[in-house]
Write a protein that binds this ligand. Structure first.
Ligand SMILES: Cc1ncc(COP(=O)(O)O)c(C=O)c1O
Length: 431
């Protein structure tokens, strides 16, 4: 049944007069699924409620930080206590040490961490560090990979492989765009060719070890090992951007779980428990090149903010002491089974790794590289999106984004989503 979104509509009409597109981050504008944003007023566990009083099972969970679901009481209590002691000191406090110890306990392969306020900042700093350490200017990223919105990462490939990168956003100078080389995912030859041409200039390769920002393009383990090997051979650093994957599948980094050791890891999302945070993790020899010890500058008024770090510490302690990972895997496996039972006659290829799910209604198996993503699958996702909302299921409003499961979700909610998708696809496909 069609839901009433009247109040959201009114708020949006006010918002567009105040903020560009009415939003503070573009994907929230619902442009890809064709519609207007909903406005939310409260959230708990797996669910949130919009301003019209509609309740939704939330499969976006703030794009990943909320692995324990919305407003977990233990996290909220930690934030409340921290808030009463001071919202921000702009000075050192014990909460920084607590979260640093937790992060490094989970990632014993490293020795240092620097906290910043977002994933974008973490990646930006990691790249500056790589350039500072190697004395080189270029970085290599992968087509379609998102690593935040800093200038050098808003770049796509132009017509010649890796030689003609162009900005994917207005306002990014060509001089900066040209320092970012781009390779397709899943392609050893392309990376080898780039290194043969530019190896001496490449400060770092940056990749999500499980690319989860443009579909879920799981890479072959041999490919990640190949990146490790070639970066080492040419004296470049390998940076794993684990802003999404860090602490999502295990108490620690996804890459180390696979046995691939990068030089630097960037974190965000989960380690802030729902409040703004980012981090760069690495060996002392590298991280100690940051100011004030070294000459690579980075700073932040709210870096290490006591509220964010309290939320992060509370979250990581729960992930360590009461790991939800088996439960999340169980939920995910239930999703797979429900899809096999309910959607056999529809072309849907669910790509799932643990608690990340790419709902990919394509004709072919879920791809491993950006170029293989089918336009038809994107259109099909968009066409069922509002039907799922009307049925009470909120998915990230873009076919390219993954669904995030949290430990607050239930088996009933998972099966409910798949049933609603079956109804929506049946209507769409006329089956
Ligand atoms: C892999 C990855 N890196 C970096 C970022 C940027 O993080 P933030 O949005 O906190 O700036 C994101 C955001 O989704 C991300 O998924």
């Amino acid at each position: 049944m069609k839901r009433n979104y009247e109040r959201s509509h009114e708020l949006y009409a006010r918002a567009v007069k105040l903020m560009p597109g009415g939003v503070n981050s573009p994907v929230r504008a619902f442009k890809s699924v064709g519609g207007e944003p909903l406005y939310f007023k409260s959230a708990r566990g797996s669910r949130f409620t919009d301003e019209d009083g509609n309740e939704f099972v939330d499969f976006c969970q703030s794009w990943g930080p909320l692995i324990l679901g919305h407003s977990d009481e233990r996290v909220v209590e930690a934030v409340r206590r921290a808030a009463f002691d001071g919202l921000s000191y702009g000075a050192c406090h014990a909460g920084e040490i607590e979260l640093a110890e937790l992060v490094l306990q989970a990632m014993p392969e490293f020795e240092r961490v620097r906290f910043v306020s977002s994933g974008t900042e973490a990646v930006m700093t990691a790249l500056r560090l790589a350039r500072g350490v190697t004395g080189r200017s270029h970085i290599l990223k992968f087509e379609g990979g998102y690593h935040g919105h800093s200038d050098g990462l808003l770049v796509k490939s132009g017509s010649g492989l890796a030689t003609l990168s162009i900005a994917s956003s207005a306002g990014v100078p060509d001089e900066i765009a040209r320092t970012t080389l781009i390779a397709p995912f899943d392609d050893e030859d392309a990376v080898s060719e780039i290194f043969q041409k530019h190896g001496g200039d490449i400060a770092a390769i940056i990749i999500e070890p499980l690319p989860a920002n443009n579909g879920l393009l799981e890479q072959r383990l041999e490919y990640l090992n190949f990146l490790r090997e070639i970066s080492r051979r040419y004296g470049s650093l390998l940076i794993f951007d684990e802003v999404i994957s860090g602490f999502r599948f295990r108490f620690g980094a996804y890459g180390s779980g696979l046995g691939v050791m990068p030089d630097l890891v960037t974190l965000g999302k989960i380690i802030g428990g729902g409040l703004p945070v980012g981090a760069i993790v690495g060996p002392a020899a590298c991280l100690d090149r940051l100011a004030p010890v070294g000459s690579v500058y980075q700073a932040g008024t709210l870096s290490g903010n006591p509220l964010s770090l309290a939320a992060g510490s509370a979250t990581l302690k729960i992930l360590r002491d009461e790991p939800p990972y088996d439960y999340l895997e169980k939920l995910g496996a239930m999703f797979d089974r429900a899809v096999a039972d309910e959607l056999p006659q529809h072309a849907v290829s669910i790509k799932r790794v643990g608690s990340l799910i790419w709902f990919y209604p394509g004709e072919k198996p879920a791809p491993r590289s950006t170029a293989q993503i089918e336009d038809a699958a994107v259109r099909r996702f968009n066409s069922i999106y509002w039907k799922l909302l009307d049925a009470g299921f909120y998915l990230p409003p873009s076919a390219y984004e993954v669904l995030f499961l949290s430990s607050a979700h239930t088996e009933g909610e998972i099966c409910g989503l798949v049933r609603a998708a079956a109804v929506a696809l049946r209507e769409e496909d006329g089956v």
